[in-house]
Design a binder for this molecule. Sequence first.
Ligand SMILES: C[S@@+](CC[C@H](N)C(=O)[O-])C[C@H]1O[C@@H](n2cnc3c(N)ncnc32)[C@H](O)[C@@H]1O
Length: 195
Amino acid sequence: MLWDYRTPGIPDELFERTEEVPITKEDIRAIALSKLRLREGHSAIDIGCGSGSITVELCLQTKGGSVYAIDFDQKAVELTKKNLRKFGANAEVILGKAQDVLPKLPQVDAVMVGGTWGDTRQVIELAASKLKKGGRIVIDTILVETMYQALAAVNELKLAEVDITQITISKARKVTTGTMMLARNPVMMISATRA
Ligand SMILES: C[S@@+](CC[C@H](N)C(=O)[O-])C[C@H]1O[C@@H](n2cnc3c(N)ncnc32)[C@H](O)[C@@H]1O
């Protein structure tokens, strides 16, 4: 098995990657998964599955449950399927806009929101409507504008345990004089529970 551990945070380099499709980097991914509070048998939706790194981790964390992955980019869908095969994981990968696909999916224990293009508020409202009571939602945002709309949606939905965390990861790089830390762009992460 490629990842024979219980803990999330699979190294990025273990995934198939392409230039065109983004990936949620391992450190950010591990934090997002911890906030989703998953257990075996849980069901989950990954909105904007990109390279499929979160989809794969959702499958490993919810063994025996059902995972649905959505992306409107054909290349992302193909890459996600490739990575699922690589890790021996199984999810239903659906090509389409979250706004069109979500209404057809069942209620789940956890929703990861990684892409909200088109209408952030609508995607978050639909995502939250798919949560079982006590279910968890995690929304990753990079743009301040997306964060603003996401927060407005979360406040209107009257979710419980709302937490906002900004994460700035720095990674070491060797330079001629030693090792320096290089910061990546911050990720703003909203997490909450359906009351
Ligand atoms: C930052 S990437 C997510 C990376 C992914 N979590 C991973 O682990 O590789 C965001 C993805 O969301 C998709 N996306 C954005 N808005 C979407 C929408 N409204 N419906 C479906 N997919 C969407 C994009 O095509 C992109 O692949």
